[in-house]
Design a protein around this ligand. Structure first.
Ligand SMILES: [Zn+2]
Length: 364
């Protein structure tokens, strides 16, 4: 089962995860791509595989924060997309630069291998070709084709303070440094929540000062795998323009995120309305489903008891693809195998059944 064909004039957002990690790909028509973070399994790097499949190169590569579950395959992708003999084709490469001037110092800081590799790759490209450097300062506007990206976080003083803590080797939560992005295109609004948290750091309260209507979105990449500390009701409460927004989550197996108990995590997101998808369950990649799934919140509360047969055979899997037409019509959703359409109770699919549900009864 290959990746779906893309409608030439649609904005396309694809979320992957796991493999290990979280990867978001965005295609602004006709051919402007952005790669956000990374995901892979063994030597299979999902961003490289998917962009090769679509015959594409990214215009922007962004690492939202220095955590290993967001860095897998980033270094390998950058290697591929920055040919030494043709720097004009290099993507803009965005990252909040960690302190420290050598790898050894950073290794001592408990950063994982994939993250260290990603940072090293980015810094070397920034040095070689400074025009590719994007420091992702809050408020920055960056163009991706005819879409506009706005950096929502971290607030400048928070960023400075956290970098100082990091330099001093005082403990802090690196999610506070996450770069959340609002993408605007033809009156559509796509909110990429990264791993930005509300606690600690008030990340979402600060972002809501920049744009009080963050709840007005067509699509939300739910922040930090739907952890309760990352959720803010003003971001989740749909506004009149889009009463039934799409939300997708990637899972994080080590912390068993998202949770599904009443009032928490995914349950809290779903209870605000909209239509929610998970790219996989909070478990190892090998144990993800080999099919497209639809599950109720009640079933998901006991997700560790769910077994799949068959399990996934690998890329392309554990993804959700959202295709948004330019004319204001409804988006369509295509689920990759392993992904889960979350419904509040059996028999009740979603408030609107028009968004790509025909795909669910496909065979494999
Ligand atoms: Zn994460």
């Amino acid at each position: 089962m290959p990746l779906p064909d893309l409608a030439p004039d649609h904005l396309v957002v694809i979320a992957f995860g796991p493999g290990i990690g979280e990867l978001i790909l965005i295609r602004v028509p006709p051919d402007a791509w952005m790669v956000v973070d990374g995901c892979g399994r063994g030597e299979t790097y999902y961003a490289l595989k998917a962009l090769t499949h679509y015959g594409a190169r990214p215009s922007i590569v962004l690492v939202t924060h220095p955590h290993d579950d967001h860095s897998v395959g980033v270094a390998q992708g950058i290697e591929e997309w920055t040919p030494r003999d043709d720097k004009k084709t290099w993507p803009r490469i965005g990252m909040v630069l960690p302190p420290g001037d050598d790898i050894a110092a950073r290794s001592a800081d408990f950063m994982g291998g994939a993250t260290l590799q990603a940072i090293a790759a980015i810094e070397s490209r920034w040095k070689e070709f400074p025009a590719c450097r994007w420091d992702v300062n809050v408020g920055d506007l960056e163009l991706l084709g005819d879409a506009a990206l706005r950096v929502l976080s971290p607030r400048a003083d928070v960023r400075d303070e956290q970098i100082e803590r990091w330099k001093a080797r005082r403990p802090f939560d690196k999610n506070v440094l996450s770069t959340a992005i609002l993408l605007s295109w033809h009156k559509r609004r796509i909110l990429l929540g990264s791993d930005l948290v509300e606690r600690p750091g008030y990340g979402w309260s600060h972002s809501l000062v920049l744009d009080p209507e963050l709840g007005d979105h067509d699509l939300l990449k739910v922040p930090h795998h739907g952890s309760d500390a990352a959720l803010h009701d003003d971001v989740l409460r749909p506004r009149a323009r889009v009463p039934d927004p799409l939300r997708f989550f990637t899972p994080y197996s080590r912390q068993r995120l998202p949770r599904f108990s009443p009032g928490k995590g995914a349950h809290r997101v779903v209870s605000h309305g909209g239509t929610s998808y998970l790219t996989g369950l909070p478990r190892r990649h090998e144990e993800q489903s080999g099919r497209r799934e639809t599950r109720t919140l009640t079933e998901l509360q006991a997700h560790s008891a769910i077994t799949f047969d068959p399990t996934t055979s690998g890329f392309p899997d554990c993804y959700v693809l959202v295709s948004i037409p330019p004319d204001g019509g409804p988006p369509t959703v295509e689920q990759g195998r392993g992904s889960i359409h979350v419904v509040s109770s059996s028999g009740e699919a979603s408030p609107k059944k028009t968004w790509g549900d025909h795909l669910l009864d496909d065979d494999f």
